[in-house]
Design a protein around this ligand. Sequence first.
Ligand code: NDP
Ligand code: MG
Length: 389
Amino acid sequence: MKRLAILGSTGSIGTQALEVIAAHPGKFEVEVLSAHRNTALLIEQARKFKPNAVVVTDENKYKEVKDALLMLPIKVFAGQQALADVVQWESIDTVLGAIVGFAGLHSILAAIDAGKRIALANKETLVVAGELVMQRAKEKGATIIPIDSEHSAIFQCLVGEDMNKVEKLILTASGGPFLGRKPNYLVNVKASHALQHPNWNMGAKISIDSATLMNKGLEIIEAKWLFGVENDKIEVVIHPQSIIHSMVQFSDGSIKSQMGLPDMKVPIQYALAFPERIPNTYKRLDFKEHSKLTFEPADYKTFRNLAIAKDALYKGGNAPCVLNAANEVVVHAFLQNKVGFLEMSEMIEKTMECVEFIEHPTLEEYIHSDAEARTYTTEFLKKSQLSIY
Ligand code: NDP
Ligand code: MG
């Protein structure tokens, strides 16, 4: 029986993780659930899964959750620090990180410090501070198992292999809802349109990142840290069907891939059950229904975010942290139709020029770079809105 803390249980990954847990009675026990603002769902989940504790990170929501769970033997805490404390409890084996964005970093680092096994969906944690996160995980004996489907695929391809024999990692990308589109079309697209991903149903932020290809940019950086490979050994190929979830090419020219229908429950289950592979009844891939798997190069010119993220990868230091912060700000604004689709890349680039470069940042410096980048991007947004009126 594995005892789990699910951070971000009310999100797309969090709710699917609870589906996986519910489908395997006796395998997993929920020790802790955390949410930010969706109190109604958190309370419902707490009643169903009966965790030892729930944490609501938005402190204003504490009373509502506390009152609702008063009659149950469930501890209720509020705030980011409470979450960082709770994940270190001895009663927890595995921490599933499914908070979105930089906000997930603090609690994941706390879990690493306590030597927990981490099932990681929150890619921003590795984008922001991958070097520090992986170093600490090594020191504290914390294992990180990826949930992101591409990285889960690569992880599965690497089981039993020698990392020295890896020639390259090939990340597949669906291309998102605007695959094949050019700037004259993209200039007018709105959030409602960008949220319609062809293959995956995900949270709002990652859906926009998929539409701009920033998601793939973040994933290249995530792969670098997770698998410890050089920058030029990571490639991206567009594969619109999302059946091949990613590939590894070895020194003898062989390529291994991991395939399946696009269903995040599969990589979530793999990360939670690892090293076991447990059965399930999710829909199987039928090759007769998917007779055409296609591949094409990514369009770095139109989807500039991918090129910008790649530059940040090569620059290293705090550059990916700044990239991530600027991206979080512009995506938030785009979701409210306050910035254009193409303008997002411009603002990220401008922010990256403004924040001072630090080659080997400390945690405090990462936090500072994140805050500084947010301030710059917010300023650029304000200026651009002023120029509209
Ligand atoms: P969602 O937006 O659906 O869910 C985000 C979760 O994080 C919610 O539980 C939310 O709480 C919580 N949250 C939001 N802000 C904060 C905050 N400031 N502090 C603490 N908790 C917060 O996101 P997804 O589930 O789509 O994505 C989660 C992570 O997984 C992301 O990093 C994403 O890139 C990654 N991922 C997601 C995939 C997917 O298919 N969805 C695939 C691969 C990776 P509440 O709703 O209660 O406010
Ligand atoms: Mg992915």
